[in-house]
Design a protein around this ligand. Sequence first.
Ligand SMILES: CC1(C)[C@H]2CC[C@]1(C)[C@H](OC(=O)c1ccc(O)cc1)C2
Length: 228
Amino acid sequence: ITKEQQDFMNVILDAYNRHQIPPDVAKKLLQEQYSAEENFLLLTEMATSQVQVLVEFTKNIPGFLSLDHEDQIALLKGSAVEATFLRSAQAFSTKMPSGHTEVLEERIRKSGISEEFMTPMFNFYKSIGELHMVQEEQALLTAITIMTPDRPYVKDQQAVERLQEPMLDILRKLCALHHPGEPQYFARLLGRLTELRTLNHYHAEMLTSWRMNDYKFTPLLCEIWDVQ
Ligand SMILES: CC1(C)[C@H]2CC[C@]1(C)[C@H](OC(=O)c1ccc(O)cc1)C2
């Protein structure tokens, strides 16, 4: 890893750690009662703060703010589901204090999300947990997900590729460094991004089923996920 790649990595890692879910949201997970409405409100609060964290993290990815403004929006909207799921999967399997994970899982299961969406989501969480990514890998993988050139409505895809490629190069080197015994580790990480894309469909279904039950979303979630 070159000096400037190390500096680049530190910028991404610092941004990744600086923006975390506020602890009061996590605390509420344990306190509020278990009605479907209460659970939905908690998940809404979680998702809203996840998206706020995502926007702040994205703004710190080197080069992002110099992209065309409409492309910046297209990248954020196109990656919001994948980045929030990736981040929550990482938090779910590592940062959660013991006991929180089960409570969160219980609340998600009892918040009006249909079973057909639940299974793929928890399978994804498990598959991320099994990778035991170091935090540099987690931060880079999230940034790489956001900097995906072929999102809908992105005009200058080359400009996004030019930002994504150096991050893929650093990630490849980090994987070799942190997982010397697993030459396929880098390929496995990228495979997770393919699995992540399938969650977009389930997520859209989840939003629709909530809407049909007249659940209300926050303005930020409506804007980023084009609902209502
Ligand atoms: C951890 C999760 C990935 C899991 C539970 C919260 C999440 C952030 C996500 O929730 C929403 O997308 C969501 C969308 C709209 C809404 O009003 C509530 C939650 C599903």
